[in-house]
Design a protein around this ligand. Sequence first.
Ligand code: PEP
Ligand code: MG
Length: 423
Amino acid sequence: HYLNARADDVHAVGRQICLVLLGQDDVSLENIPEGAILIAADIGAWDLARAPLKRIGGVVCGHGGATSHIAIIARSHGIPAVLGLGDQVNALRTARDVALDGNAGHVIIDPDEATRADFAGRVEAAAKERAGLTIFKTVTPKLADGRIIEVAANIGSLEEIEAAQEAGAMGIGLFRTELLFMRHMHLPSEDMQAETYAALAKAFAPYPVIVRTLDIGGDKPIAGIEFPDEENPFLGWRGIRMCLDRPDIFKRQLRALLRAAVHGNIKVMLPMVSDISEVRQTRVLVDECTAELKAEGVPHASFDLGVMIETPAAVLIAPALAKEVAFFSIGTNDLTQYIMAADRLNPTVAKLNDVTNPAVISAIEMTAKAGVAAGIMVGMCGEAAGRPDLIATFVKMGLTELSMSPASIQRAKKAIMAMAAEG
Ligand code: PEP
Ligand code: MG
């Protein structure tokens, strides 16, 4: 335990020695100046998550797209970002100032006076729009037929609780647990996880807090778990696949969740499900953990188990899955890349990676139909859930929960209320 606790320090010293030997300067985001725009060919999503985000004025990246984790982290902290510039990012090497429009995806190098004035005006207009939306913070969006649509938050750390509450989140629809595992050079203990999940449950009770079990792999590797070299990591050993192969890691998380469930309304969902056996095997492990905790006399409570719908396989077996789980949460970021066979990080195929493509909309509709027919809750936690232009479509399909970055919540509530007013 003593050495574990110092692993980060040892790693940092090792890195410093390597840099000195290589004659290179350390690149650290620690001392990034206030308002600076971060420009890189690529940035590790979790390096960004650890950076002093309050000081970062914007992010520009050669790699990635609108649903890559860098974009998700930037969005949830209200940081303008433009991703997927490809080699064009090199043109920014000599820039002194950069004007950044994250909505349109525009990056302007050393803007002239007229552009500066235009951007300043738009920043002001956006601030006004945000101020006008605050009246929706306490609104509980209800449809004409009385159905409540839960507008929840996607977060990845306890530090984001305040932003979610400030925005008026009706619970957490997606707690990404990866950051817990990536913050340290060693895997988080059961106690540490139980404390984290309990703090979340308490913060939002009686609203639900949906914790997603570890979704490592693909673009989210982690120190402390040996990953094989894979030609196609997005089609490889990630999410529930890895967890079921590593019951030592998975059971620690499940036990922590059972313990935290005593403190509020914890629900648990599995990422990357593509076969019904993954749900059944998880239930066996949950039962094992419950029996262990009971035998040890440790307080615990049961939780609802749901699945993310992120793979075409899950869509196609949705009617069968719906009989085995308490809810669906549609992960449109992955579902889009897998339905369209278009990597969500690859700017060259960004056009295809489009949630509004009829193929993806049809997959969402099939999922909703299966969930509604089985009488289970169908929600969405991919980035599309926060798009005001799509919310009416999803709600009409039967979705009753939409989870998004805190910054999108009030606008989403407004869109639902407008829809309800139309009848
Ligand atoms: C998704 O795939 O839509 C999702 C919410 O999960 P993540 O973005 O973390 O892969
Ligand atoms: Mg996903």
